[in-house]
Design a binder for this molecule. Structure first.
Ligand code: DX5
Ligand code: ZN
Length: 212
């Protein structure tokens, strides 16, 4: 199981040190949540902040774009050091084109679905995806309660992957803790994103180990 702490819950007043601690505590990836205040009702940070912390840690940067028309920012986040760029199918009329753009920029491409979006909405894209992210909260904020319909979507994606011979990773994001993480793992998830659970835990290493 790949564990990707969401830096949205890190201490922004000392972000670099907080991310070093996260990687030292055993994080495999860092999950980078970019929000535009339009696609979601919150604003986080953009490529400049990511570029500033990128040289401080050696791990995979998993960039989740909660941005309308994400095509506009693909090159900027790749230049800032993203290893995976994941776009919402709900945020663009041309998700297939966006995935091609991400791959042409030389990094891994992911697609993400909100809790109200069925797996069928991304079926035509799956052959081209390196990663599929299933939201288990409505995006915009950390610390929300897990929405259980994500578990069934993970199982559907695992089934399609096996049936068609695809090789995307299945990632879940929102309300992940020891219990909900175990449900996602049992359904076939490969990557767990966790923000508040990891950063509010008294012992970060223990939190990460408990998810794994
Ligand atoms: C939600 C973000 C998540 C969020 C998860 O909009 O995409 O990555 O930080 O936070 P928790 O784990 O606290 O639900
Ligand atoms: Zn996220």
């Amino acid at each position: 199981m790949i564990i990707a702490p969401s830096i949205l819950s890190a201490d922004f007043s000392r972000l670099g040190d907080s991310l070093k601690e996260t990687v030292d505590a055993g994080a495999d990836w860092l999950h980078i949540d970019m929000m535009d205040g339009t696609f979601v009702p919150n604003i986080s940070f953009g490529p400049m902040v990511m570029a500033a912390v990128r040289p401080l840690v050696d791990c995979v940067f998993d960039c989740h774009l909660m941005i309308d028309q994400p095509e506009r920012y693909i090159q900027a986040v790749v230049d800032a050091g993203a290893d995976y760029v994941t776009i919402h199918v709900e945020a663009t009329a041309h998700p297939h084109r966006a995935i091609q753009m991400i791959k042409q920029a030389g990094v891994k491409a992911g697609v993400v679905i909100n809790p109200g979006t069925p797996v069928s909405a991304i079926e035509p894209l799956l052959a081209d995806c390196d990663l599929v992210l299933v939201m288990s909260v409505n995006p915009g904020f950390g610390g929300q309660k897990f929405i259980p319909n994500a578990v069934d979507k993970v199982a559907q994606l695992a089934h399609i992957r096996q049936e068609k011979g695809y090789d995307y990773l299945i990632e879940v994001d929102g309300g992940i803790n020891e219990q909900t993480g175990a449900q996602c793992k049992a359904a076939g998830a490969d990557v767990l994103v966790a923000g508040s659970y990891v950063y509010k835990h008294a012992n970060m290493r223990q939190a990460i180990d408990s998810l794994r």
